[in-house]
Ligand binder design. Structure first.
Ligand code: CO
Length: 501
């Protein structure tokens, strides 16, 4: 270590730059493997990514990192950015270092094999093929929680990796409220006779035209095409190599404009977040979105709160009618109601804005029970189907459209799902504050001014990268802690109007 705090901070940032370079390189290779790679190149590419990931792991858990952590422990005089930087380095170090190396290696091999078996089980719609692998994954997660430790609930430790600071206690409270309110509203909607028309969405839409449409909407939102790209993959995703190169993908359904258009808007929301993060956070590892939940709040804000609003389509419906003249016969009102139709469905990815949270809450309740030994893996198909019947009123016909639909558990990502629904709650809290700050927000969006939204998000959220924890950020921006209240109010108001409740 050098003699002054400043010198050592500078050195640590130089060290972390190497971590970021490796991360960036791995991301490029990963993007290429999902978007461009010829079939025969896949195997060698996995080896290269595997090697670089090990190098990254070594950098993040080296003795040098330990020396920095010890040196900065309890040091006064650190500014907020440096404090958060040291905190994050320490967290990453502990997460990896507390697991015995042979157990960690075993887990990596296990999850990669499990993803394969999950694919096979899903194709054959047979949970029993995946079951032994999932049993081992759950058991190893419990073992790891033993190494990491926990305060109140074992599941808290897993939640914390994706949403720092969030706990079962907090989620039980907000998800409980959200669940009751959503089911109540859904039951009213089911009885309504004022059902939106959706037949007119079906047609013939070649992908070239859909790509141009997606790009037009991304331009309106303020996505910077000089610092990003749009490409095509089976499953849409966003990945960043730096704040100057953020890539998104979409998937085109040739008989319906909606899936690709709304996935472009969603991924565009993730990407604008990353593009807006300031350059001076480079070399701190804080130059990314703060958490999965806050990230999802930005994408779902654009996709649903803005992208499925009447104001947004008042301005942008001509983008559709000028490209697809058949839509001239569909009124703006019918179109608006059609994109907001509520229909309980089996598959999370196809869910509408209202029922989406129920898909997440079901997964949350199941994960919590699994980790706390309240149910066994073999009970999953039964518990899953019972919850779908109880909350959504539908029972999956088979495992493929039920318990096997998502890859997350095969990848070992326990604790990840709640972020999606948290994004909904955060988003509505941000909207409430945005409306107070910009009294003519509705009017401006109706006139097509979406940059007012982007600028507010940049100024209040994006520019902080991950300097603050999600809870700190939420409090800083809105003056309030996490609550389900605003999202519930928003849903009730919106759907009461659409369904004439
Ligand atoms: Co997303």
């Amino acid at each position: 270590m050098k003699s002054t705090l400043e010198e050592n901070l500078k050195d640590l940032r130089e060290y972390l730059k190497k971590v970021e370079y490796l991360n960036s390189a791995i991301s490029v290779l990963y993007w290429d493997a999902r978007v461009m790679i010829p079939k025969k190149g896949v195997e060698y590419r996995s080896e290269v990514i595997g090697y670089l990931s090990t190098e990254l792991y070594k950098l993040q858990t080296s003795d040098t990192v330990k020396e920095y952590i010890d040196y900065f422990e309890g040091k006064d005089g650190l500014d907020k950015v440096s404090q958060s930087m040291v905190e994050k380095v320490k967290k990453e170090y502990n997460k990896s270092k507390k697991i015995p190396e042979d157990r960690y290696t075993k887990y990596v091999v296990l999850t990669s094999r499990a993803e394969d078996k999950w694919g096979e089980a899903k194709n054959k719609s047979d949970f029993s093929i995946f079951k032994p692998y999932l049993e081992e994954i759950v058991s190893m997660n419990k073992e790891f929680i033993g190494y990491w430790g926990y305060k109140k609930d074992k599941y808290d430790t897993l939640l914390d990796f994706y949403e720092p600071g969030i706990t079962v206690e907090k989620l039980d409270s907000v998800f409980g409220e959200l669940k009751d309110a959503t089911i109540e509203l859904l039951n009213k909607i089911k009885k309504s006779t004022h059902v939106p028309e959706t037949k007119f969405f079906k047609g013939n839409y070649p992908s070239k035209g859909q790509e141009e449409l997606g790009k037009a909407f991304l331009n309106h939102m303020g996505f910077d095409f000089e610092a990003g790209r749009l490409d095509e993959t089976m499953h849409p995703f966003t990945i960043e190599f730096s704040n100057k190169d953020v890539r998104i993908t979409t998937n085109y359904e040739l008989n319906d404009l909606r899936p690709s258009l709304f996935s472009c808007i969603h991924e565009g929301g993730h990407a604008i977040y990353e593009q807006n993060i300031p350059d001076d956070l480079k070399g701190t590892t804080l130059g990314n979105g703060v958490s999965m939940g806050i990230h999802e709040s930005q994408s779902r804000f654009y996709e649903n709160i803005i992208g499925r609003s009447r104001e947004f389509w008042t301005a942008l419906y001509p983008e559709i009618t000028k490209r697809y003249p058949e839509y001239k016969k569909v009124s703006l009102d019918d179109f608006y109601r059609g994109i907001n139709v509520v229909e309980p469905s089996f598959v999370r990815c196809d869910a509408d804005e209202l029922t989406y949270s129920l898909h997440i809450i079901i997964r949350y309740e199941i994960e919590k029970m699994l980790i706390n030994d309240k149910i066994e893996v073999e009970d999953l198909p039964k518990v899953w189907n019972e919850k779908y019947e109880e909350y959504l009123g539908i029972t999956p016909r088979n495992d493929a459209e039920g318990v096997l639909q998502d890859i997350h558990w095969a990848s070992g990502d326990f604790g990840y799902f709640p972020s999606y629904a948290l994004g909904n709650l955060y988003g509505a809290q941000f909207l409430n504050k945005m409306k107070k700050d910009i009294p003519d927000l509705s009017e401006r969006i109706s006139k097509g001014d979406l940059l007012v939204v982007k600028d507010w998000l940049k100024e209040n959220i994006h520019k902080y990268g991950s300097i603050y924890t999600p809870a700190e950020l939420l409090l800083k921006v809105t003056g309030e802690p996490l609550t389900a209240k605003y999202f519930i109010d928003y849903l009730n108001k919106k759907y009461s109007e659409i369904y004439a409740l």
